[in-house]
Design a protein around this ligand. Structure first.
Ligand code: GLU
Length: 322
């Protein structure tokens, strides 16, 4: 199909979703308040954007407004770790849904410090540890902090084709109040599951969560996931291999939306990764990637209107992996 026709097909769908949901802004859900810098975000915002495999982009609502991507970043740090370590990554991290809160300590104790999957906080902290090790192996002497953060920025900037940065205020706010994450990292260290200095690992983790991106940028950055790992912009293969790409999508479907993953598979049927900043990235393999954002969260910690928007998108387009 002509790429232009595809965009024209999707733009009215996005416009309609944004128009339908706009009256519901501020009507339900709550913004994440356990990170003070996020508690100040205006809940009455909604954006939606997509990018097709052919490279066409469409967006509606506040799709150009940057927000704190939070746990959506776990998708990209996992990608970096898989690029660099291949299957050895799975010696440290499992691939099962946790069935426990994303920041739970209990399961880690029972499982000797091996996190259930890379999308709960413990798993993402373990991934950050791997990235710090890789940065050190590549000659980073740690004197300027650590370059795992630079590696993350380089990946995001390359995928988007435009500069991406951290929100230092959010990163600091997380560092000041992230007692549970500090506990998780130290707990894993006590089991010998974190190799590096805990402070350096957490600095990486807090900064990845504090990446500031818009729906348009996130839909674009994740686009390698709908095209077998090829770079979103130049189409070069190898951001991830084909098999790795399938695996990331499988993990998103089973573990990407906190304890709602079963419901999301049931009602939306797309691999998704959400964050407490209110963003959700969704993949329609071989077709497109979507990003929705609205800061007010439902009881499961997923964006309330973001999930409604994805349900509407799937209902109107018939796109689903099932
Ligand atoms: N930075 C947040 C935390 O560590 C991320 C949580 C999330 O988005 O799931 O708690």
């Amino acid at each position: 199909m002509n790429p232009m026709t595809q965009t024209m097909k999707f733009q009215p769908v996005l416009d309609e979703i944004a128009a339908t949901l706009r009256p519901q802004l501020g009507q339900g859900g709550t913004v994440a308040s356990y990170i003070p810098a996020l508690a100040r975000v205006d809940a009455r915002q909604f954006g939606i954007a997509l990018r097709t495999c052919e490279g066409e982009e469409a967006g509606a609502g506040d799709f150009e407004t940057p927000f704190s991507i939070q746990s959506v970043s776990k998708l990209f740090t996992l990608t970096l770790a898989m690029q660099r370590m291949g299957d050895t990554l799975w010696e440290r991290i499992g691939r099962e849904p946790s069935g426990n809160p994303f920041n739970s300590l209990v399961q880690l104790e029972n499982e000797q410090g091996k996190p259930r999957n890379p999308f709960i906080n413990a798993g993402a902290i373990a991934v950050a540890d791997r990235l710090v090790s890789q940065a050190l192996a590549n000659g980073d002497n740690g004197s300027n902090g650590n370059s795992a953060k630079a590696d993350i920025l380089a990946l995001m900037t390359s995928l988007c084709g435009e500069p991406i940065g951290f929100d230092d205020e959010v990163a600091q706010s997380e560092a000041d109040t992230g007692f549970r994450n500090i506990a998780l990292a130290n707990f894993m260290k006590s089991f010998g599951k974190i190799d590096n200095d805990v402070a350096a690992v957490l600095d990486t983790y807090f900064h990845q969560c504090a990446l500031r991106m818009s729906c348009r940028q996130l839909a674009r950055a994740a686009a390698f996931l709908c095209r077998d790992g090829a770079h979103p912009l130049d189409g070069e293969p190898g951001i991830t291999g084909e098999r790795q790409t399938r695996r990331i999508n499988a993990l998103m479907l089973t573990c990407g939306t906190y304890d709602a993953a079963g419901d999301v598979a049931f009602s939306i049927g797309l691999p998704c990764k959400s964050g407490v900043g209110g963003g959700i990235v969704a993949v329609v393999p071989d077709k497109l990637t979507l990003c929705v954002w609205s800061p007010a969260l439902d009881a499961t910690g997923n964006s309330l209107l973001g999930m409604k928007a994805l349900e509407m998108f799937v209902a109107r387009t018939g796109l689903s992996v099932f």
